[in-house]
Design a binder for this molecule. Structure first.
Ligand SMILES: Nc1ncnc2c1ncn2[C@@H]1O[C@H](COP(=O)(O)OP(=O)(O)OP(=O)(O)O)[C@@H](O)[C@H]1O
Length: 313
């Protein structure tokens, strides 16, 4: 009998009880976190929650006050140093020479970073769709192009893990979509694991396969994108007159106890608990005019606000 072998993907990065204290106070406090190979890990938290500090710790730019990190399973000082060569960072925009082209800037970083394979310059340019920029000076680039060039610098070392701190911040809608397509391709076709922070939750939701929610320096929750959607309910929202009275009536007629009225004064019914045809038939029979109808799909923003709201309370 042939039995399938189920292999767990290895952790690419782990933080164990990591704290970082500045004079002004704690930026991280006992943070635990795990990024598995192949994840696009959306790192979510309000301003000052500690996202950049953690990313800088991964890059060795900041030392933790307490706790430890593992990169590709390595944790000794020397081993971490070697493991960092397998990571590409876009935490702060690398300095670009404004009078030089994308290729010339990449050639410079290729040299500075001591990368041996000269093919990487062309490959990195292709990966970020900047091959047709010719001799154009980077001073004439849009923010989206500069950001893509910054990503190309991070890609020069053929990283297995990319650490990206708000890479779509300030980009226009087209720039955001370009960046999403580039990152999706890197993850799917090249198997690159990605840690990405962003405040643009609607966009992050289109990309991430897993989320980590950080609040005041601690990780509040890690959850797979699919689990997040399952855990939050889709709601049918109906605008109708006398919402409270109508809600009571529908509860009785449909035998559904959890019909509520939301802050917009609409009836709110969990989609999974009702048959839509029956709902419409009852509304018709009772002569209740439907003034508005929509389906609120569970999303990252609602989930995050509920989660952090709960933590803050
Ligand atoms: N070099 C530093 N010296 C002192 N305090 C710092 C330093 N760097 C960060 N902090 C503080 O640590 C906390 C966490 O900052 P961090 O930049 O990591 O948050 P963040 O989640 O990346 O925020 P944002 O979304 O605004 O970028 C903040 O209170 C910040 O003021």
């Amino acid at each position: 009998m042939i039995r399938g072998v189920f292999r767990l993907k290895p952790a690419v990065f782990e933080a164990r009880n990591v704290s970082k204290q500045y004079r002004s106070g704690f930026a991280l406090q006992g943070l635990d976190m795990k990024i598995m190979e192949g994840d696009i890990y959306g790192f979510v938290g309000e301003n000052g929650a500690g996202k950049t500090t953690l990313m800088k710790i991964i890059g060795g730019l900041v030392q933790p006050t307490d706790g430890r990190i593992l990169l590709f399973g390595q944790q000794g000082k020397k081993e971490l140093c070697a493991a960092r060569r397998r990571v590409g960072f876009l935490i702060e925009m690398p300095a670009l020479y404004p009078h030089m082209s994308a290729e010339e800037n990449l050639t410079f970083y290729h040299h500075v970073l001591g990368i041996r394979n000269p093919k990487r310059i062309g490959e990195a340019l292709r990966a970020v769709a900047l091959t047709d920029t010719g001799n154009k000076r980077t001073s004439e680039y849009s923010l989206g192009m500069r950001q893509r060039l910054g990503l190309a610098v991070a890609l020069l070392g053929s990283p297995q893990l990319l650490v990206l701190d708000e890479p779509i911040n300030g980009l226009d809608p087209a720039g955001i979509v370009d960046m999403r397509h580039i990152l999706e391709r890197l993850a799917k076709e090249e198997g690159v694991t990605i840690l990405i922070s962003s405040h643009i939750l609607g966009e992050l939701q289109l990309l991430a396969t897993r989320y980590g929610f950080i609040h005041k320096g601690s990780l509040v929750q890690e959850i797979a994108a699919g689990e997040l959607l399952k855990s939050a309910q889709a709601m049918i929202c109906i605008a109708a007159p006398n919402a409270e009275k109508t809600a009571e009536l529908l509860k009785q007629r449909l035998q559904i106890p959890d019909i509520s009225v939301n802050t917009a004064g609409e009836l709110q019914i969990p989609k999974a608990s009702v048959d839509l045809e029956r709902l419409m038939a009852v509304l018709l029979q009772e002569g209740i005019p439907v003034e508005g109808f929509n389906l609120s799909v569970p999303n990252l923003e609602h989930y995050y606000m509920d989660l952090i709201g709960g933590v803050k309370r």
